[in-house]
Design a protein around this ligand. Structure first.
Ligand SMILES: *Cc1c(COP(=O)(O)O)cnc(C)c1O
Length: 471
């Protein structure tokens, strides 16, 4: 009787294996076609004038076919805006999209492994923790340091700011007496993080930059001295290992000595540039990095992973636990693990995506050497592009520290025309920035699909734009 009553529930969410096979084959074909077309596609496509009116969003009561779903995704979702997986994307900080990472996600999603707490999936948590320990080792922290994989750099930086706040007990002071030091080129997510963590009214001291837009360590020291003499609380310095604007590396070694001398928390934001630690020549220049208190790196930038992967490591595990550790009675069975911290203990997230698999599988399948070589290629392309663009007469702030090149035409209006020409008439995509009121063009080489060929396309596009200007 009861059996019959339940027959009306026909388990509609458990598809037949044959249907699953068909869906998977269609999705694979879609992905292959996308990757094939990506080679010749424009990196940026404006939405059509009817984009809003013809979007055609539907939530059907009855299930529809995979073919109709993919056709809609292709025509409505994927056909405008920036193509972050394209090698012709040289604007902002290009992202990744490694295929092997998608396969890691596929397994993570199908198994739905619970990566928040050791008890639920020791394997998933251990995999994430081992990846974090690998980063801890690269940066040179003691092994007692902790960290986790976050959804991105903004959340990773927020976690670091919260740890600094709690370590230094900053909330006990009147906010304006708390001084935090950074250059104007610090990523805006730091300001956002300070606001979110109750330090929005703290005093932000903007440290001068040198001609290559790197923080001036002497000026930093002067400001700290003067603030401390005035009875203010000098607390945090935020340095960048690769600024978003210029790809500049702040003088970490000098800054870390200053932070030590005056007992400040040094946070290094390597969301963009941190991955270059895999390249020996860059690592050599970063003496003193191991002295910092917290460090952020975005695997969805420098390790070419799909969006949704950041990483933060923090030297003072106690402080991080103070901010995040929590016990709840409905989770009492899960608290029996001695040594291994769980991501939930040290981050705002409880249930989280199993990010470790999308990071580890590419490292395993391609090998770390492939990442080193690709990062070195980006640095070499930037050096090459810098020489070429200088030879064309553009103004630059000097050779690039990493893989972002800033350049501008002496005539401000020409810069706008070049940008417009590139977006309107060529398949490559770049972005611009404004520094001290002046417009600069940027070329950011960070996609694993950007090679000399794509950089040459950009250079040709700039030459065409110049030719156009002179007509
Ligand atoms: C991209 C970036 C961020 C922000 O990271 P998201 O992953 O976009 O949240 C922070 N700092 C720097 C230097 C960046 O380049």
């Amino acid at each position: 009787m009861i059996q019959e009553e339940f027959e009306k529930f026909y388990h509609p969410l458990e598809e037949d294996p044959l249907i699953r096979k068909h869906w998977t084959e269609e999705v694979l074909a879609f992905a292959e076609a996308y990757l094939h077309d990506l080679k010749t596609a424009k990196a940026y496509e404006k939405p059509g004038s009817d984009f809003e009116s013809s979007f055609g969003f539907v939530l059907p009561e009855e299930g529809q076919t995979i073919e109709s779903a993919l056709a809609w995704i292709k025509s409505q979702v994927m056909n405008s805006g920036i193509k972050p997986a394209s090698g012709r994307h040289m604007g902002y900080v290009p992202g990744g999209g490694l295929y092997a990472a998608a396969l890691g996600d596929y397994i993570a999603d199908v198994t739905n492994s619970y990566a928040g707490i050791y008890y639920a999936s020791p394997g998933a948590v251990k995999l994430e923790n081992e990846l974090v320990r690998w980063l801890i080792n690269i940066v040179g922290y003691p092994k007692e340091a902790c960290g986790h994989l976050s959804s991105g750099g903004s959340i990773a930086n927020l976690t670091a700011m919260v740890a600094a706040r709690d370590h230094l007990k900053l909330l006990q002071f009147s906010p304006p007496t708390v001084c935090i030091y950074m250059s104007v080129h610090v990523h805006h997510c730091i300001h956002k993080a300070l606001r979110i963590c109750g330090l929005g009214a703290a005093t932000v001291r903007l440290v001068n930059m040198d001609e290559g837009f790197r923080m001036n360590a002497e000026h930093l020291e002067q400001m700290i001295l003067s603030d401390q003499a005035n009875g203010l609380h000098s607390s945090i310095v935020v340095a960048s290992l690769g600024t978003t604007d210029a790809g500049a590396i702040d003088p970490i070694s000098a800054i870390s000595q200053i932070c030590k001398k005056y007992a400040l928390w040094l946070h290094v934001d390597g969301a963009y540039g941190g991955a270059f630690l895999l390249v020996d020549a860059i690592k050599q220049q970063l003496k003193g990095l191991a002295e910092c208190d917290s460090f952020v790196l975005d695997p969805h930038k420098g390790f070419f992973l799909p969006y949704g992967t950041g990483a933060v490591i923090i030297r003072h595990t106690d402080s991080v636990l103070k901010s995040h550790y929590y016990q709840a009675s409905y989770m009492q069975d899960a608290y029996q693990i001695p040594d291994e911290l769980s991501p939930a203990d040290i981050s705002p997230e409880l249930t989280k995506h199993f990010r470790g698999l999308r990071m580890w599988l590419p490292f395993y399948l391609y090998g770390l050497g492939a990442f080193r070589a690709t990062l070195l290629e980006k640095l070499s392309i930037a050096q090459w592009f810098y020489k070429e663009i200088t030879a064309l007469g553009f103004i630059t702030p000097g050779p690039p520290d990493l893989s972002i090149v800033l350049y501008r035409h002496a005539d401000e209006v020409a810069n706008r025309s070049i940008l417009k020409h590139i977006h309107d008439h060529t398949p490559v995509f770049i972005s611009s920035t404004t520094i001290y009121g002046q417009l600069w063009l940027r070329a950011a080489f960070m996609s694993f699909r950007t090679h000399l060929e794509q950089a040459q396309e950009l250079l040709d596009a700039i030459k065409m734009a110049l030719y156009d200007l002179e007509k």
